[in-house]
Each structure stands twice: as C-alpha cells, then as structure tokens.
Design a protein around this ligand. Structure first.
Ligand code: ADP
Ligand code: ZN
Ligand code: ZN
Length: 743
C-alpha cells in the first residue's frame, strides 16, 4: 500500500499541515508529487481538492483509519503543481525536508497586501435608470445625494468608488442602499503596488550587429520550433549581451509566454532595470532584497495574474509563479550568489534548468567569464553555446600589466602600492581622471606564502592552500592534512613568509598618506550597511567627488564609470590563496571583470595586477583576457584532482554545541558511508575551516564522486540513520552539494 501527503491550502503558513491519504491501487502508478487530487476531508468527509507534496510506503497513523484519495483533478498542471514538483526535486537533490523546500518556492502571504480598487457599476438599463430617477424626484423630500448619484450614473455606468465618495460627496451608506436595491454592484479588484511607478523615456532601439543577430536568430528559430534547451551566451564584456536578452525575451513574449531574468543583487542597479523598462514598459517588475515581504508577494501575485510578463531580480525571483513561463535568463551566471546559503542549498542555474524542464521553457546563461562547470557542459553539447567574441561599442580594452611584487621587495619597497602603480595613480590625479583600487577579498585568514619566491603552502593531496588553525598548525580543510607552521620557505629557504591580512580601511589610510592631495572614498561591507549605502558611494564617485575609490571586489562588479582610466588589483594573491579548489576560477573572473572596468568611456584605460605569483595561469590569462586559455588549464587540474565539474562533491557539515557530540557523530557517519559505499572517496572527518562559530563546533566530511546520484543516496542513508538515532540529540547535519562557500 502506498500513501501520499496532501496539503489543502498552498500558502506559506499552512504548508506545515499535511494530511496522509491512501493511494488506491488504480492510481498508484500515476500519482506523482505536485498533482492536484480530490480527497474526503473533515468530519463529514466533504470532497475538496489538495496537492500531493510527498509519497511514501509507510503509514503515519492507523492504516484502517486513513482515508483514501478519491481521484486526480483532470488537467492538474497548474502553476502550483509545477512549483511543488520543483520543490520535490530540490528536496531530493540538495537535501532538505519537503517543508523547507516548499517554503523556498512558495512565497509568504502577508495580510492586507493588496490595495483594493472599488468601482460602482450600474446594473440598470437606461429606461430603468430613468424610471428610478423619476420616482425619486417625485418624492416630496428626496435625498439630494441620491439625486447626484443617479445623475452621475446617467453619464457613466462605471465610476470609481473614490470619485463617488470624494468628488460627488455621496456617502457610502447611499451607495450600499443602491446596491441593496440592485441599482448598482460594487466591483472589487486587487491592484498590486508597482515598485517602479515613474516610467520615463523609450528605448532608443539599437540595431543588432551581425554577431548579435546570429545568436538571436538561432535562439528564436529553436524556440519557434518548440525546441527548448539551455544556452550559454559567452560574450566578452561590452559585447551587448543585454541587448540580446531583450531581443530573445521579446520573441518569447510574442509567443504569449513570460520571462524571468536573474541578475546578481549587486548589479540590480537603476540603469540595468531601466533598460528592461524602456523596452517593455509596465509589463516588467522587479524584486530586490530591500522590498518588504508584502511588496514581494504583490509582485508574485501580479505575475500569477498575468499583470506582468517579465520579472527582474536576484536568485529568489526564480520562483515567480508565472503560469506560462517561457524563458529564464541568468546573467553573470558564474556569480557565487546564485548558490543559496540556506537549506535547501540549491544552485539557481541547475534549479532554473529543472524549472524550465517542468514548464517547457528555455534557459539562457550569460557571462563574459563562464563558470568552468557551464563551459564544460557547453563544450560537451549539453548546453548550446552562443558566442559574442567582440565588443559592440567602440571602447577599446584597457591595456593590462602584471606587477611582480617580489621585485618590489627586492628593491626595498615594502608598501602595498608598487612603484608602477604609484606612478600611474599620480598621473591620473594630475589629469583629473579617476582610479579604482581593490582587494580581491576581505582579509583572509591564515594562508602562508613566500614573499621572495611566491610559493604558497599547499596540501599535497588536495592541491589547495593550507590555512592556519587555532592549534597554531597549518591544516587542509578538505582532507585534514596537518603540518607544523614552517619558519622558512620550503622552496627557497627565505624567512619572508606571510599571509594577506590587510583590510580596505588600512588601504584607505595608506593611500591617503601617499597621495595627500587626493580625495579617497571607501566601499566595503562596513561603509555600505545602510539601505542605499553603496548607491550613495557610487553616486558620489560617479559625480567625481573623489579621485580614488578603494574597496573590496564589490567595486568591480558591473559598474561603469566613464572617467575611470585606471584599475589596480592590489593583491591578486588574496583570492588565489583561498583554500578552495575554485580559487583560480574566482581570481580569473574577478581580474577579468576588473580589467574590463578600466576605460569604458572613450579614454584609454590601464589595469595593474599586483601579485607574488605572476606566472600563475589564472593571472596571465586574465591579463590577456583569454578565457579559453584559462579554461584549458583549469579543467586539467579539476580532472586530475576530481573536483567539480569533473566530479561532484558532497559536503556534510556536522554542527553541535557539544564538541564530543559533533566529533562522535562525524566519525559514525564516516563509518556508515564506508560501510555502504566501498568506492566512495571520503575526506575527513575534520574541523571545518572555521572550527567554531557562535559556540557551535563544526566538523566536515567531503565525499567526491562522478555520479551525483550516488551522493544523493549517501544523503538518503544518512537521513534514514538520523531518523532512528538519538545518540546525538544536540547535533545537526547539513548537506551541501557542490559547495561554493567555505565552512
Ligand atoms: P555586456 O552585457 O555584454 O557587457 P552591454 O549589453 O552592457 O554588454 O553593452 C555594452 C555597450 O554596448 C552598451 O553601452 C550598449 O548600449 C552598446 N551596444 C550593444 N550592442 C550594440 C549595438 N548593436 N549597437 C550599438 N551599441 C551597442
Ligand atoms: Zn620561497
Ligand atoms: Zn588535503
């Protein structure tokens, strides 16, 4: 006998309440997650409909008292079904409860969210209206407000409520009286707030160049033929990817479908959004993290009702309930913000592809520096590759130089700014042009690198940087390999070993000291805390109120300043040395973007990359703006070390306030996996990179395998084990598939 869990009310606050039903024999093969079913409900067993959110073989209660599903609602492919199916897929593939998954895809309903628009609508024919009016006027002391309303209804058979009450000064009791007599009805419409209410200007429609036209044609031809799929638009910075998205969306809209556009939150600027508004007007809405829950819910409702056809927003916009979804665009698809930090830790790219599969839609991924994962899939034919190899505008690329910081040290310059960078900054200040200086990361804990030869201490098994732990030793956080912190460089014997712990505040101070006449602005997590903190800083800089902008990587992401002609990456090593197999990829992406930032206007730009490892291929390739060369070297490393995308990785994060519990549980889980899966490659258990946060101890286990489904079955076995085990009441396990952030 099979059973299913049914929710009767698909709203965020009711999702916890599901009811179990038996599945009758004849439905046992056809019933799947997400379907709408008819069930007997409550005392009188009246027939109502609900959605199937789970299937199982085990009864939760006495089977003899469990009622049976009556039938399947025909054509039960509503948008709710689609989202429930998607939630089921996320639960299985990323590890979470069905509830957590459902709550991720189904928006929170807030009370009093809609502004209700009321209209007074005439219910009488012209003759009837005249008759009623005459009979009113025949009375001795008739109400003048009724008279006014009759007269107004003779002019217009629909009048907004506010006009009746405010302009005509007719009280609501009079209107109700008309309603009771059947003269009028009152129509209620929910109107939802539009976050952008002043639309200005029309797009000056650009003509596609040949390359753009070619890729748009390819997409539109496939789409018209009903051939949906996933595309990777690999276009260099300034190649006009956005213009292509607009064309493709227009095509999808012409087929009566809707589109979701994901962009990283940080790039969700006024300018970007306006490009969509100018083309599509009020068919577009946006989502962003500064909106209230109610405002966001409104946008989802507008999408559900067909009020809007396009939504532009960050990761969570992926779950916009368009009933007729035709396209999902993910711009800057390589950005790590597309991976969720919360359970289920889903990746927007894979989840978008699954949603598109369910809905019968296409997906477009766009980037100037595609993720290694997406590019591999594009080369293998899993994604369709569309290239824009040239810039659309006449802006020329900045000329880029690598500065070898080892030479600076040899020549006695111990400052963070090299002599060459110093010279260029001075030159720009004199020419009244602007400079951006950035650190690839916020101060990074404990890697160790030689200032004389550039060698970084790495794990011999994992080929990632080792980092200093609280025990004073250098650890590999993937496999637990540990060594004593060396006093001299193993390669050249130098004593000049150090980390990269400088922060933006310190850089700001140093820059101010070295260039006393210059005005310096700083942008980082601290200075952008307020709601519009980072817009304010960027606006000041755009208005040329400062000569130099110092910041973390956030300053190089998608902001165009035509007067910036020099960009300096102060320590490329900071991202290169993070203990993560993606450090090379991150460094390449960041530096390539940074180089693209210099010289977006008509002025020739320069970019400087300062590093102790000038030979590193990520750095050399970004100087040349040569993605292919980077990819070809990176993929060899991934294959050699079995890192994604050559294999998949599952991270188990075991957390507890009691260290012994975390420890015991981690060991037991490792044994469990070993017992079930002889071949699985297990790394650990060991302390997480940050072994304790807020008094919670954290242990990790990594499992690598080429087969994603094998990792999923490991997750299932652990789930099952935890269900019947109460040895570790204060410990929790979190799953992270192909993790991005370090723990
Ligand atoms: P990307 O997103 O690929 O970095 P954008 O879409 O921002 O590129 O385009 C870069 C610049 O080139 C923009 O200023 C855009 O208006 C301009 N541009 C793009 N396509 C064309 C075209 N076909 N004709 C003229 N200008 C274009
Ligand atoms: Zn050395
Ligand atoms: Zn290791």
């Amino acid at each position: 006998m099979k059973y299913c869990d049914v929710v009767v009310d698909i709203s965020h606050e009711k999702l916890d309440k599901s009811f179990q039903y038996k599945i009758p024999e004849e439905l046992s093969d056809v019933l799947i997650e997400g379907m709408q079913v008819v069930i007997p409900f409550g005392r009188g067993s009246r027939e109502i409909t609900g959605f199937v959110v789970g299937l199982s073989d085990k009864p939760k209660f006495d089977p003899s008292k469990t009622k049976e599903v009556i039938g399947i609602v025909n054509n039960s492919t509503s948008i709710d079904s689609e989202l429930i199916k998607l939630a089921g897929w996320m639960k299985r593939n990323y590890g979470s409860t069905m509830n957590q998954a459902l709550k991720t895809v189904i928006p929170i309903k807030e009370k009093s969210k809609a502004v209700v628009k009321k209209t007074v609508v005439l219910n009488l024919s012209e003759d009837e209206l005249n008759a009623e009016y005459t009979s009113l006027m025949a009375r001795n002391r008739h109400s003048v407000s009724k008279e006014r309303l009759f007269l107004a209804l003779m002019e217009n058979d629909e009048i907004p409520w506010e006009v009746v009450t405010k302009k005509l000064n007719v009280g609501s009791s009079v209107i109700r009286d008309f309603e009771k007599n059947g003269f009028v009805t009152i129509r209620h419409e929910n109107t939802y707030r539009n976050p952008i209410n002043h639309l200005q200007g029309k797009e000056k429609k650009l003509t596609l160049n040949h390359e753009q036209e070619a890729i748009c044609n390819k997409f539109c031809k496939d789409y018209s033929a009903g051939d949906f799929g996933t595309y990777l638009v690999y276009g260099v910075t300034g190649s006009g990817k956005t213009l292509c998205y607009l064309e493709m969306i227009e095509h999808v809209l012409s087929k009566g479908k809707s589109a979701i556009v994901l962009i990283p939150e940080i790039a969700l600027t006024y300018q970007t959004v306006m490009r969509f508004y100018k083309r599509f007007g009020d068919k577009v809405s946006i989502l962003n993290s500064r909106m209230s829950k109610a405002e966001r819910f409104d946008q989802f409702e507008r999408a559900r009702n067909g009020d809007i056809k396009i939504i532009v927003g960050p990761r969570s916009a992926l779950f916009t309930p368009f009933p007729d979804l035709g396209l999902i665009v993910i711009d800057e698809e390589h950005e790590s913000s597309y991976k969720s930090d919360n359970v289920p830790k889903y990746h927007a790219v894979n989840t978008a592809i699954e949603r598109a599969n369910i809905a019968g839609a296409s997906v477009i991924l766009g980037s100037a520096t595609p993720s290694v994962d997406s590019y591999m899939k594009a080369l293998s034919g899993e994604y369709r590759l569309l290239r824009l190899p040239n810039r659309a505008s006449t802006d020329s690329m900045a000329s880029c130089e690598i500065v070898d910081m080892r030479n600076e040290l040899r020549s006695g310059n111990t400052k963070i700014i090299s002599r060459r960078l110093h010279e260029l900054i001075e030159d720009r200040i004199n020419r009244h042009e602007q400079v951006m200086l950035f650190l690839n990361r916020r101060g990074m804990l404990g890697c160790l690198s030689c200032r004389e030869c550039g060698t970084t201490l790495k794990c011999p098994h994992c080929d990632v940087s080792l980092s200093l732990h609280r025990d004073g030793k250098m650890h590999c956080h993937y496999c637990g390999y540990t060594i004593v912190k060396p006093k001299v460089c193993g390669k050249c014997g130098s004593k000049a070993m150090g980390g990269f712990n400088i922060g933006t505040e310190k850089v700001e101070e140093l820059v101010a000291e070295e260039f006393p006449g210059a005005k310096v602005l700083r942008m980082d997590m601290d200075t952008t805390k307020g709601k519009s903190g980072h817009e304010e800083i960027l606006e000041k800089f755009a208005n040329r109120e400062a000569d130099i902008l110092v910041g973390t990587q956030m300053i190089v992401k998608g902001h165009d300043f035509s007067n910036v002609t020099l960009v300096g990456a102060l320590a490329a090593d900071m991202s290169l040395n993070i203990p993560d197999y993606r450090s090379g990829e991150r460094t390449f992406q960041l530096l390539t973007q940074a180089v693209g930032r210099a010289g977006r206007g008509h002025l020739q730009g320069n970019a400087i990359i300062q590093t102790y490892e000038p030979e590193n291929y990520s750095i050399v390739a970004s100087k040349e703006q040569d993605y292919e060369s980077f990819y070809n070297q990176e993929i060899v490393y991934r294959k050699l070390m079995n890192y994604p995308p050559a294999a998949h990785m599952l991270l188990l994060s075991i957390q507890s306030e009691v260290e012994e519990q975390a420890d015991g549980m981690a060991k037991e889980l490792a044994d469990l996996i070993n017992a079930h899966f002889e071949k699985a490659r297990i790394l650990g258990p060991q302390d997480a990179a940050i072994a304790k946060i807020n008094d919670v101890y954290r242990k990790t286990i990594y499992i690598k395998d080429k087969d994603y489904d094998l990792l999923v079955s490991i997750k299932d076995i652990i789930d099952e084990f935890l269900l019947d085990n109460n040895k570790y009441p204060k410990s929790y396990v979190y799953f992270d598939f192909d993790p991005i952030s370090m723990v």
